[in-house]
Design a binder for this molecule. Structure first.
Ligand code: 5GP
Length: 191
């Protein structure tokens, strides 16, 4: 029996996937969000347990040693991000589809882990210039992390082919409509 009901959204940082993820969660009550653990500092407006589980380095290490993560990555000058196995199992046990909003390496690892029962969608910015503009506009980056994120984004853009679908996010409405259709189709196929 196919019990894994997994939707993976990925994009280079600043690609617009978080906005799309939030809209999917609003529209589809049967989808639960995979809340990742992270060691990065909480940003204004973020809630512990809703946006992320904010963990200390020590606590993150402890969870790695306990084998609590399906995958985890370290980037942007040392912050770590990871998917907690128990958290996902809980969602699946309750019958939810699970939506992931993760960077490209993590998305590849999740796709490998869940296999054909996961649908993976790569959200691509229309251009590198636009990606830079969006990251700058967001205003959460200093020059150093902006540069790191852009360098990483270059690498990530080359990975698009790995994923089941690519959606170009030039206009949010049309990108959302495309993602929505892919997700609706996956849900109908599984039920
Ligand atoms: P931010 O610091 O902007 O919230 O996130 C930075 C990047 O980490 C984003 O691309 C985000 O999607 C990604 N991310 C969030 N959670 C996870 C996770 O559990 N695993 C991995 N590999 N990446 C994650």
């Amino acid at each position: 029996m196919n019990t894994a009901k997994i939707i993976i959204l990925t994009a280079p940082s600043g690609g617009g996937k978080t906005t799309i993820a939030h809209r999917l969660l609003k529209e589809f009550p049967g989808i639960a969000f995979s809340v990742s653990a992270t060691t990065r500092a909480r940003r204004e407006g973020e809630t512990d347990g809703k946006d992320y589980y904010f963990l200390s380095d020590e606590e993150f290490n402890r969870r790695i040693e306990a084998g609590a993560f399906i995958e985890w990555e370290e980037f942007y000058g040392g912050s770590r991000y990871g998917t907690l196995k128990d958290h996902i199992d809980n969602h699946l046990k309750k019958g939810y589809f699970v939506l992931f909003d993760v960077e490209v390496n993590g998305a590849k690892n999740l796709k490998r882990y869940f296999g054909d029962s996961a649908v993976s969608i790569f959200i691509s910015p229309p251009s590198r210039e636009e990606l830079r503009r969006r990251l700058q506009l967001r205003g959460t980056e200093n020059e150093k992390t902006l540069k790191l994120r852009l360098e990483r984004a270059e690498m990530e853009l080359e990975q698009a082919d790995f994923f089941d679908y690519t959606v170009v996010n030039e206009h949010l409405e049309s990108a959302y409509a495309q993602v929505r259709e892919i997700v609706a189709k996956s849900i109908n196929n599984q039920e």
